[in-house]
Design a protein around this ligand. Structure first.
Ligand code: G3I
Length: 318
């Protein structure tokens, strides 16, 4: 992060799944995550999601998010807040009842207005809707889409725009998804969502390109630049929000494999960039993709990998 700032880039950040996890009591982990010279930005991997912030209807719990915000503010790190409307990590009251479209829209509105106004500009930005699209560019199934239809997407931004207006602060609103890192059907669908939000005069400041890649199969620099250009042409920002590059099979730590991974990280460096977990020790990858892993820039004993130095070189333009 220090290098990024010296070179006029904006920041290097990381996701962190604290508090309440093993990470919180791991001194080596906490030393890295709180070091503003390494990370100038944090994203709570889970603690601001629906099931944590509104576990029961109209009962809000801000303690997990506060923990991250307090930590980040102490260390002069900005926080990308994540996320308001998603298919996953919802509270049982949302998913266990057959709500009508009007009822569920009201639930979404209450959630967005409360959470966004509560944290106000302690959040640099919000991922308002997360992962709304299938690979073919259609809306993906979720309680939101299945109950409300496509309007849920636009309403989420309408409510978030209203929430930001109520704070009187400058809080950036993002759409965040994977598969938008190169040109294609899904990326074009995302351009169209942005255009429609702009037409409706909702606030949309940027798109988050998650960038969960595989070693040796990362989109080329030309493709990444082309996709990014398409979003920039709409007058919005682009951030790499969840970068990691996983091995799809063992062995994870051969010199050749690590060199390829470093190259993949190098190709993906952009000026506002967040890695999703920074260490192979606590990464989300092995539990979601059994037999895969080592996706991060520190290994399982928190030593820096070639990918760490590749990011530094990319920032320095070497
Ligand atoms: O809350 C329970 C806790 O009570 C229990 O003790 C513990 C035992 O394993 O599990 C805890 O819940 C886990 C939660 O993370 C908090 O650690 C869930 O089982 C686990 O499924 C959940 O995984 C998160 C995942 O989103 C959920 O889909 C990952 O940490 C998080 O990194 C991941 O992040 C997503 C982004 O939000 C969106 N983009 C993709 C990315 C990777 O999947």
């Amino acid at each position: 992060n220090q290098l990024a700032q010296q070179h006029g880039k904006l920041w290097l950040g990381t996701a962190a799944d604290i508090p309440g996890t093993n990470e919180s009591t791991d001194a080596g982990y906490m030393e890295i995550v709180t070091n503003e010279k390494i990370f100038g930005q944090l994203t709570p991997a889970n603690m601001m999601k629906f099931q944590y912030t509104e576990p029961e209807q109209n009962v809000f719990n801000y303690s997990g998010g506060d923990y991250i915000l307090d930590l980040a503010e102490r260390d002069h790190q900005r926080v990308r807040c994540h996320n308001l409307v998603w298919v996953d990590e919802l509270s049982p009251f949302v998913t266990n009842t057959n709500w009508t479209a009007a009822q569920l829209t009201a639930i979404m509105k209450t959630h967005i207005l409360n959470v966004v106004t509560h944290w106000s500009d302690r959040c640099y930005s919000w991922d308002v809707v997360n992962e709304a699209l299938n690979g073919d560019g259609t809306f993906s199934s979720s309680v939101w889409y299945d109950t409300i239809g496509p309007e849920y997407f636009y309403q989420a931004y309408e409510f978030a725009t209203e929430a930001v207006r109520r704070t009187g602060k400058d809080i950036k609103l993002y759409y965040n998804d994977y598969g938008l890192e190169n040109p294609g059907t899904k990326t074009t669908a995302a351009y169209n969502l942005v255009k429609e939000l702009q037409k409706r005069k909702s606030r949309i400041d940027g798109v988050g390109l998650e960038s969960h890649f595989e070693v040796g199969a990362t989109p080329s620099l030309a493709d990444q630049n082309a996709a990014k250009k398409g979003f920039l042409a709409l007058g919005i920002n682009v951030a790499v929000t969840e970068l990691d590059v996983r091995f799809t099979a063992e062995p994870y730590y051969t010199p050749a494999g690590l060199a390829q991974q470093a190259q993949d990280y190098y190709t993906s460096v952009q000026s506002c960039m967040t890695v999703w977990d920074f260490d192979d020790k606590y990464s989300w990858v092995p539990s979601t993709f059994p037999g895969q892993g080592a996706a991060d820039i520190y290994n399982a004993t928190l030593q820096r990998k070639p990918a760490y130095y590749a990011i530094a070189e990319a920032i320095e333009g070497k």
